[in-house]
Design a protein around this ligand. Sequence first.
Ligand code: UDX
Length: 431
Amino acid sequence: MKVSIIGSGYVGSVSAACFAELGHEVICIDIDEEKVKQINAGIAPIWEEGLDELMQKHTQKMLIATSDYDYAVQNSDASFICVGTPSGEDGSIDLSIVKAASASLGRAIAKKDHYHVVVVKSTVVPETTEKVVLPLIEEYSGKKAGKDFGVAMNPEFLREGKAVYDFMHPDKIVVGAIDERSFFVVSELYRRLDCKVTHTNPRTAEMIKYVNNSFLATKISFANEVGNICKQLGIDTYEVMDAVGTDFRIERQFLNCGAGFGGSCFPKDVKALIGKAKDIGYEPQLLRSVVDVNDKQPLKMVELLQKKLGDLKNKRIAVLGLAFKNDTDDIRESRSIPVITELLRLGADIAAYDPMAEESMKKIFHDVTYCKSAAQALEEAEGCLIMTEWTEFRKLDKEFESMANRVVIDGRHLIDPKDISTDVDYEGLCW
Ligand code: UDX
């Protein structure tokens, strides 16, 4: 089949390369000429494991890029909207990019004689596809949904860093379509994948995405709350979760307590669902608590440090890990951001290190010393906060020796106390 993909960010470029790998002819549409050039040269616009290889394999054969909507729509059966949906000031989602893409798509569909399917892959709150995208396409194309063009919502469930793998090995494919024809076109695209396709309507598909992420976020905040209680009682919460997680109805994953969740999805999606609920007059209590627990958790790291070191003014504190999780340079909603903000407020002297995310963090914090290794950050430090689950932070015993005061607070359950010497004052955040 032939598909066009609007937006060459993380979701768009992964979807484009993977659809090409599944044997479809793909046209990427992006208003950014630089990205268009990059893709046409076989270079992936973002880093994702396995993406460069797929781009090189398919560019100029199964995959091309353009900024010309008309060309892309004329030469494809379906267009996927994969543009960003950032958070607005109040946490609700900002649909301006989705609206602009829908208008451009509508103008291109106006010039097409055949049926074309519009597929929303961007994460949008329930009702957006039917109440925002569909009317815009009708308005700009002058055509009728369900008759002249189809509409579907097909959410993604891709983890950053593992997005190519997740696309090719899905545990679910959800297609919310306004009619059978749209459903058929979208589900055909995934035919080569060994996965059942859930056939539903667009608003349910939109909700599935939010509920999926909100539930995972809820599991983490739940684990953090339980961890905080266990710590007070001298119980190892990891041992508790290992046992509780054997119940197949609960499952062990995402029950690791620590500094909380960050990233481009969980915080934004939970807040957007809260915003949508409020719009319809419902005050969600549980989801609010999920956000509250997550906001407080990183600050507990600083509180623990203060308990051990007293006033932090002018004390050198090593912050290990800036990315929101390991194996990425993404710092969006990283738990290290509130921690650094608080440490700066308290007048601490911060020595930070991250294997990949230094450049991104430099744009936010200037008053931080960025180090080239964990060893450099730890030298002469009074305390150390482990913020990200990078494997290289597991074995730091030798490096801790150079600290002025060996206080180590682990926010990611990375260090086994058996692996470090007894003169390190090690404490897990909530275990
Ligand atoms: C997530 C979802 O997993 C993915 O399905 C969705 O499409 C996008 O959001 P991602 O943001 O890449 O993916 O990160 P993920 O690996 O899920 O981790 C999210 C955050 O939760 C990280 O900050 C991680 O450190 C934290 N986390 C995860 C915990 O604190 N505890 C856990 O048990 C698991």
